[in-house]
Design a protein. Structure first.
Lengths: 279, 342
């Protein structure tokens, strides 16, 4: 707590010049707070910013990370509740720099969304999609390991904080994460992801060559600023970046609950193989 | 199959770990024949003063949950008998073993999932127990109540016939929970690893299979309301001396551990008894399902080997094949019936 007040004092001291800068140069989608930086999170026993807690993204990035108008959903019976709300997008610069073939593939994915989206089948969403699914996730931070556990599909990953040379022997759905601290920021290098996961429900995709660098920085006691830089020479013309705030869940008695969705997709995946009546 | 390739690499890692673990501290275990050697180990503590249980723990053992009938009345084996038991068990389990009179085609296909994939350890518990169950003293799961027996019979019936749908199969074949995940955890055929995380107010029990993080809240709040049920239940923890006690309720009943039901009350105890050893004990209290409470003690060994992602559902071709096979069997049976009636 002491650190928080110190941070506030510094923020006041710097507020005047920074406000001017932020008015002039804040890129679209980046809040002025990100430039005013000096908030310091409370510290863990080993002196690091303490990011432990239950967090969740708001907004519509899970539908479409690019800016999009509202549109109807594919399930008629769900009516207004199944429609896709509009969003300004979280991709810095507005558009994902796909290679021409990949732009065509993205459109195909979107056209066949329900049949092709791996999250529809309750597959682990990969990184960064797991971060902004419309479900909470929990950070459990220790000096050697940082656990990130997601309510959706019980997906989990463990960040290795002291093994910078440890390469994964194979690809996984949630990737291989090596973390480090850069001042107030937890930086995570995510490699060895399978090519089967997507970025959202609009067909935005990557290959198994994807390399993600995530940055988690506390903006205030109850918000983190999240950035993910994406590099994938098979799919994109150049690296690109998305960013958004993550909010602390402040609900009374909040705890991560179970969303073991396998049970909810068994009919979808195996229904055609059920024993039929009268057989 | 992705799952198999991950298991395979995991197996290699674990073998290295076994060779690295030279000697283990003796375990102070209920039902032990010889008194444990004095323990000179001083528990390490977290910076906020709790006993430090964090790290990755390996709970493989050849000691079965229930005492085999041929060892009835024998809680602990002599060193010689234990060595013989280990040798015989490993021989019997060996999928690469070839008998002189040859195998049937069916046996041979079954052995295709050969010894390379299995990782159930090579030793009994350090104290040479013949069952992980320490109470009741016969080392067996107590008899089921009539109500629980009815449920168990229905499950067995469903497992023995061609499955009508995924619900007829086990939760681990459906990839909802891992086969050793529980709760409670029990050693099984592979991936017997658990990673414990501790921060102030929270402990997390992350089992390798199937990437299941059970969050244990330590802040004294009550369990979830009764109508919120979870496959892995709802866990609350507290310290009793240097022992972490985890109290879990709110089960679905669909998990069914050895016949347990929705009313299962599980109490798990984790005590670090040495630098390399964590003692895991659990007691199951479910009077609607079992005629009495029962308890097991499982030693866990510290390992420096990392755990890997056990993606189960994502590569569950087994469920497609199993259901498709069941439908083929039905079609063949119908055709054969038609031919006969002609």
């Amino acid at each position: 707590m002491r650190n928080r007040f110190q941070g506030a004092a510094v923020a006041v001291a710097l507020a005047a010049p920074l406000t001017v800068i932020s008015l002039v140069s804040t890129p679209r989608g980046q809040p002025a707070q990100a430039l005013q930086a000096p908030y310091q999170a409370p510290r863990t026993a080993d002196g690091r910013p303490d990011l432990s807690g239950i967090w969740q993204a708001l907004g519509t990035a899970h539908w479409d990370i690019e800016g999009h108008a509202a549109r109807p959903g594919p399930v008629v019976a769900l009516g207004a509740l199944g429609a896709v709300p509009a969003g300004l997008g979280v991709v810095e610069g507005g558009e994902i720099p796909y290679q021409p073939w990949a732009a065509t593939q993205k459109q195909k994915n979107l056209d066949n969304w329900l049949a092709s989206d791996p999250a529809v089948k309750c597959f682990m969403p990969g990184v960064p999609r797991a971060t902004y699914m419309p479900f909470p996730f929990q950070i459990v931070q220790t000096p050697e390991f940082v656990l990130m556990t997601y309510e959706f599909a019980s997906a989990t990953r463990v960040l290795y904080m002291d093994k910078p040379d440890f390469e994964s022997p194979f690809d996984t759905w949630m990737g291989h994460s090596r973390g480090r601290w850069e001042g107030e920021t937890l930086v995570v290098d995510v490699t060895s992801q399978v090519g089967d996961t997507w970025f959202d429900s609009s067909g935005n995709f990557h290959s198994d060559a994807v390399h993600v660098v995530e940055r988690y920085t506390a903006m205030s006691p109850d918000a983190l600023w999240y950035e993910a830089e994406i590099e994938d020479p098979n799919v994109f013309a150049r690296p690109w970046k998305m960013s958004m705030p993550l909010y602390r869940r402040l609900d009374r008695n909040v705890q991560l609950l179970e969303f073991k969705c396998v049970e909810f997709v068994e009919e979808l995946m195996y229904g055609h193989l059920r024993k039929q009546p009268n057989k | 199959m992705r799952r198999e390739s991950e298991v395979r690499i995991r197996c290699l890692g674990v073998l290295t770990a076994v060779m690295a673990v030279a000697s283990l501290a003796p375990l102070p275990v209920a039902g032990q024949a010889t008194p444990p050697a004095p323990d000179t180990w001083t528990p390490t503590r977290t910076p906020w003063g709790d006993p430090d249980l964090s790290g990755i723990w390996d709970f493989r053992t050849l000691t079965p949950l229930e005492r085999p009938s041929e060892l009835s009345g024998k809680e602990v084996l002599s060193d010689e008998d234990a060595a013989e038991y280990e040798r015989e068990t490993l021989r019997a389990l060996d999928k690469d073993r070839r008998t002189s009179d040859g195998l049937t085609a069916e046996q041979d296909v079954r052995n295709a999932y050969n010894q390379f994939w299995w990782d159930y350890g090579t030793k009994l518990t350090e104290d040479k127990r013949t069952s992980l169950i320490v109470d009741p003293p016969d080392g067996r799961v107590p008899p089921l109540t009539p109500e629980a027996q009815k449920r168990a019979d229905a499950r067995t019936e469903a497992l023995q016939r061609p499955a009508h749908g995924p619900e007829d199969r086990t939760v681990w074949e459906r990839c909802i929970l891992g086969l050793n995940t529980g709760p409670p955890m029990n050693p099984s055929v592979y991936n017997n690893n658990v990673h414990l995380f501790q921060i102030p107010g929270t402990v997390v029990i992350l089992t390798e299979m199937a990437h299941d993080a059970r969050i244990v809240l330590m802040d004294g709040r009550p369990h979830l309301p009764e109508d919120i049920r979870q496959w892995r239940g709802d866990s609350r923890g507290h310290w009793e001396g240097d022992t972490l006690v985890v109290d879990t309720t709110n089960f679905t009943g669909k998990t069914s551990f050895r016949g347990s039901g929705t009313e299962m009350h599980l109490v798990e105890r984790f005590t670090r008894v040495g630098a390399e050893t964590l003692l895991y004990e659990y007691t199951i209290d479910d009077p609607k399902s079992f005629e009495r409470t029962w308890s097991a003690v499982i030693p866990m060994r510290r390992t420096e080997e990392p755990m890997f992602e056990y993606a189960c559902h994502e590569g569950n071709y087994g469920m497609f094949n199993l259901l498709e096979g069941a439908r083929v069997q039905e079609r063949l049976a119908e055709e054969s019936a038609r031919t006969k009636s002609k």
